[in-house]
Design a protein around this ligand. Structure first.
Ligand code: GDG
Length: 458
């Protein structure tokens, strides 16, 4: 019986981390096959000697490596987070190109591959996640590993013109072609990658998801990631959810509608533009003043990276300005909370919100919009406003689709959502719910793994 071997920067070694979508999906497959999960321990090594720490849980083996300070800064902070993340989110202007960081990124991929290879069995199936390990299959092949190896990219793949800005673009594309299956979130990511292979690498689209490049024939498809739809619905009906809904309900006073946004503090999420759109709503639709409370929950992330520190300062200033300009003695128009809440609390807030505001400038998929949908009450559902630049927009066309750069457009959509008749809200929501339930996290995992391992894992 083949085991599933997962490789990702962060693992779900902490049981608390198994509550969210992706971790659940990978964890379930690993449990079913007695698999192994490789990743970073989250620790900085004291010495150059980096062993794999083993943990066992429910038949799953976690093998975790520390990183040296140099590896952590080069591979993780400087290359993954300060070069790949901005470029793949179309922010070349924010990228700090750094050849040394790429050298360390490649060396970490190779070092971890050398540690993993001796532990692989011939019938194992390897599934690598995300932009930290784009070179992993190539590195494993160099150790002699020949088994099925798949890659799923959680973030967007940019248009060829943008990808070419990455000094190492050709190297990365060639290494990616050492995978057997490459999964993207959306059709447009797949299109971008295949177009780049055709334009720059003499690649050929063979149809039906097969592509030939660098003497390899590989499967390249979109596998839009889903959520644990039923699990999230249940979370939104939990006691903790009710409590959170009640707390915010007291603040709303029964007469104000809640508009909610939940995003990691990241420049890809379009938060300054969203705050501007809130101001625009009160300028363009003065009747909305005093009637709406916009609540934005934004847990800080990657706070060691300068661009993220600058974003924090910008958001603090914008929120202050909007509340200063539009607020009143008995009304705070924009509540901006730079902290995290539990999954159940978020689910409770989604449930009582009239509008879910999901307006990233770029997002691989975006799971928050799917969670918002699952938390709604069938008899009185809220309205989802969704950026056309989130991967989820390909699936969730019944949302109000907006251009997040166009603040007038977003303000208008908020107004439309707040005044939408019940029947239209219900019919839009039913379509969103059907897709979210049908294309959930289990569907995504099966779709990917059946292409990677057509005979099945068991
Ligand atoms: C990457 C890609 C892709 C947020 N705040 C809190 C909290 N969250 C949860 C949300 C959601 C998750 O974190 C965020 O997922 P997203 O998909 O919205 O965004 P990224 O973190 O950027 O994820 C993205 C995803 O990978 C999966 O492939 O969809 O495009 O960028 O589940 O609810 N959870 C808790 N407290 C918070 O304060 N508990």
């Amino acid at each position: 019986m083949g085991r599933l071997i997962a490789i990702s920067n962060r693992t779900a070694v902490d049981p608390k981390a198994r509550a969210g979508g992706l971790a659940v999906a990978v964890w379930e497959s690993l449990k079913a096959t007695g698999g192994v999960w490789f990743g970073w321990s989250g620790e900085i090594a004291e010495s150059e000697h980096r062993v794999l720490h083993a943990h066992h849980d429910e038949g799953v083996e976690f093998l975790l490596t520390d990183l040296t300070r140099e590896e952590h800064d080069g591979y993780y902070l400087n290359y993954a987070n300060r070069v790949i993340w901005p470029v793949f989110h179309y922010r070349i202007d924010l990228a700090s190109f750094d050849r040394d960081a790429f050298t360390i990124y490649a060396a970490v991929n190779q070092r971890i591959a050398r540690q993993i290879a001796p532990r692989l069995h011939p019938d194992d199936v390897v599934w690598v996640h995300d932009y930290h390990f784009m070179l992993m299959a190539d590195a494993l092949r160099h150790t002699g590993w020949e088994g099925p190896t798949g890659f799923f990219l959680h973030i967007p793949f940019p248009a060829p013109e943008v990808f070419r800005a990455l000094p190492e673009h050709h190297w990365i594309a060639r290494a990616l072609c050492a995978y057997d299956v490459i999964g993207f979130q959306a059709e447009r990511d797949r299109y971008n990658f295949v177009q780049y292979l055709i334009d720059d690498c003499g690649g050929e689209d063979l149809g039906e998801g097969r592509v030939k490049a660098f003497d390899q024939t590989i499967t390249v498809k979109a596998y839009p990631i889903g959520i644990d739809a039923e699990g999230f619905r249940e979370a939104s009906r939990s006691a903790k959810a009710d409590e959170a809904a009640e707390r915010i309900g007291r603040f709303l006073g029964g007469e104000r509608e809640l508009v909610i946004g939940v995003d990691r503090m990241d420049y890809s999420k379009g938060l300054p533009e969203r705050f501007e759109a809130v101001g625009r709503l009160f300028d363009n639709f003065p009747d909305m003043r005093g009637r709406v409370s916009v609540t934005q929950i934004t847990p800080p992330s990657r706070s060691k990276v300068e661009e993220y520190q600058e974003l924090r300062v910008e958001l603090d200033g914008l929120a202050g300005r909007i509340n200063g300009d539009y607020g009143d003695l008995d009304w705070i128009p924009l509540r901006y909370l730079a902290r995290s809440y539990s999954r159940e609390e978020l689910a409770g807030l989604f449930r009582i919100a009239r509008v879910g505001l999901v307006t990233p400038l770029r997002d691989g998929m975006n799971l928050v919009c799917k969670e918002f949908v699952m938390a709604q009450d069938e008899d009185d559902p809220g309205v989802l406003i969704l950026s056309e630049f989130a991967g989820a927009a390909e699936q969730l066309q019944s949302a109000l689709i907006v251009n997040p750069h166009d603040t007038d457009n977003v303000a208008e959509a908020i107004h439309t959502a707040l005044t939408m008749p019940l029947e239209e809200r219900k019919s839009r929501w039913r379509r969103l719910r059907d897709t979210t339930v049908e294309q959930d996290i289990g569907w995504w995992r099966e779709k990917f793994l059946s292409d990677l391992s057509p005979g099945g894992l068991n």
